[in-house]
Ligand binder design. Structure first.
Ligand code: NAP
Length: 528
């Protein structure tokens, strides 16, 4: 049952004065539970016990941490319909989505558990000594990844389970051996508390130190700023707006000891339709893309917000089908009135831009907090001259840019900010004629999709969910998939350490049987 309290480590606590509620956007009424924002004392206590827990937690074996992650997954499942009901009451998202997202959350936790059980993720490298090397002997050097310390996670409003309290950032940080303090997203505080209770239970059952996890309620940005500024915090995971992510990035960089902020801030995900493909598939692209634009009320960071095509014969057929599908699709509830207001304001801003013409819209007769989907068009010339048109409209919106030719398309892509994804819709035989477009697109994005849609992010090791700024603050890392663990580790090199004092991962006999690079060769062999 929900209490509205914070988890400061394993203890429920509510000493603060600021109280808030969540909102049921479908019914447009406040939910009944009152959540208490964490006080300064509670913030400091959560950081203090996270810092104390760090040494013990990072010293737990891979198998012990894997047990912890699997136990979190089990405890989340045990919450059963209570979690699904609270999730739906705080987000307006349907039951199928809630169950699907829970499955994804559990899958991510179990993926990280499997990664730990296998063990090679630490990327062990060993260069053995050459005592008789001339002119000077070579030392024995061994390197592996180690956890960086307590992490603050800012959950995403649009993924209350999979990218929030026990989502990708938390799962990857705990897997790495970093304690986590979650700054609760105020729109789904109840979901967060329930998931937090599952993590606390799992920590107790598997013998993890108190402080390995805290869940702090907050309404407003101050609590998050205090956490990021705290000297004992060593890293930040964030999913949300560019404004919020950039503010936290600047704050972290201005600390006496700067720390990394891995912020995934979304993008407009350009889709390029090449002429021959358009001619052959005009109608089906229109249908498929109407579905992608409206999926989940467009509240995905991979929503296709920009569609580039060249003026030609079948353009009208594509636009007619896209428009008719957009006009017929049932409007969906958005996550929160604030998200809806942002959506409406961004729509108005776009419509005020020179040359932008709305070609399809559901219309204004939608219930409170529901989004009326919109597709607009503009010429390549206008787009090139107006950076306002690059802005993300978070929701079911897409802008079709009709270019004069491939050169203009390429110029537009070259001028775009960094993106999470880029999509090419093309016939295989026409790709070579558009190599400049393809190459320019690849330079701007983290994932390039061929003949598909950008929505739908597979969770697997080869997924890259990130991209050049501002899609993310560091294009070398992913927020999805097991490689996301790399955000929370740093390499530590051991020089000439006695074998018995080395971590198991680096010992001569390779007791964990992991893959290591020994004298430049990948091997599981022991070192004689
Ligand atoms: P947000 O406003 O960026 O907030 C995300 C989290 O960061 C919240 O917990 C928020 O705290 C905190 N935060 C925001 N600005 C901060 C600052 N300057 N300092 C410290 N903490 C800060 O995102 P949101 O609430 O999820 O949605 C708002 C808008 O963000 C949407 O309308 C949309 O435009 C965009 N968005 C984009 C994506 C994407 O993937 N592209 C995803 C989600 C949202 P409080 O809420 O407590 O203030």
């Amino acid at each position: 049952m929900l209490t509205g309290k914070n988890y400061v480590g394993n203890k429920l606590s509510a000493n603060g004065d600021v109280v808030f509620t969540t909102l049921n956007p479908k019914l447009n009424i406040k939910n009944s539970v009152h959540f208490t924002e964490a006080s300064d004392d509670e913030i400091n206590e959560a950081v203090k016990i996270a810092d104390i827990a760090f040494d013990e937690f990072k010293g737990k074996s891979n198998l012990e941490r894997a047990k912890f992650l699997n136990a979190i997954a089990d405890e989340i499942l045990a919450l059963d319909s209570e979690l699904i009901d609270v999730y739906m009451s705080e987000t307006g998202l349907p039951e199928g989505r809630a169950i699907g997202e829970r499955g994804r959350t559990i899958g991510q936790l179990r993926n990280f558990a499997a990664l730990l059980e296998e063990g090679s993720w630490v990327d062990a490298r060993i260069d053995t000594a050459i005592p008789d090397r001339e002119p000077i002997p070579k030392a024995d050097l061994r390197k592996m990844n180690v956890a960086i310390g307590p992490i603050v996670v800012f959950g995403a409003s649009n993924f209350p389970l999979a990218y929030s309290t026990a989502g990708g950032d938390t799962a990857s940080a705990l897997a790495a051996g970093c304690p986590v303090i979650v700054k609760v997203h105020p729109m789904h505080a109840g979901t967060s508390e329930l998931v937090g209770s599952a993590i606390v239970k799992a920590a107790e059952k598997t013998g993890m130190p108190n402080g390995v996890f805290s869940n702090l309620n907050s309404k407003g940005i101050e609590l998050g700023r205090k956490l990021v500024s705290h000297p004992k915090i060593k890293g930040v995971g964030f999913t949300g707006s560019i404004k919020g992510g950039r503010a936290l990035y600047n704050l972290a960089a201005a600390r006496p000891e700067p720390i990394p902020v891995f912020a995934e801030m979304g993008s407009i995900n350009p889709v390029v339709i090449l002429p021959e493909y358009l001619a052959n598939n005009a109608s089906s692209i229109g249908k498929t893309y109407a579905g992608s634009i409206t999926l989940g009320a467009g509240q995905f960071c991979t929503n296709p917000g920009l569609i580039l095509c060249v003026n030609g014969d079948k353009l009208n057929e594509f636009l007619t089908v896209l428009s008719s599908e957009i006009e017929q699709a049932a409007p969906q509830c958005m996550l929160h009135p604030l998200i809806k207001t942002n959506f409406l304001n961004a729509n108005v801003m776009m419509q005020q831009q020179k040359g932008v013409e709305v070609i399809a819209s559901y219309g204004d007769s939608v219930d409170a907090n529901y989004a009326s989907q919109v597709v607009a068009r503009v010429s390549g010339d206008e787009f090139l001259n107006n950076p306002n048109l690059h802005h993300e409209v978070f929701g079911p919106y897409s802008l079709v840019v009709v270019c004069d030719d491939a050169e203009q398309m390429e110029e537009i892509l070259r001028g775009l900010e960094g993106q999470l994804t880029g999509t090419i819709l093309g016939e295989v035989n026409e790709i070579s004629r558009f190599s400049g477009v393809v190459s320019t697109l690849q330079n701007r994005v983290g994932r390039v999709i061929f003949n598909g849609v950008p929505t739908g992010v597979e969770v697997c090791p080869s997924m890259l969910h990130g991209g050049p700024y501002p899609a993310s603050t560091d294009s070398r890392f992913t927020a999805v998939g097991t490689d996301s663990i790399k955000r929370w580790v740093r390499p530590l090199s051991f020089q000439n350490w006695p074998n018995e004092m080395l971590p198991k991962e680096l010992k001569n006999e390779n007791p964990l049987n992991i893959i290591r690079k020994v004298d430049n060769l990948d091997t599981k062999n022991s070192i004689s």
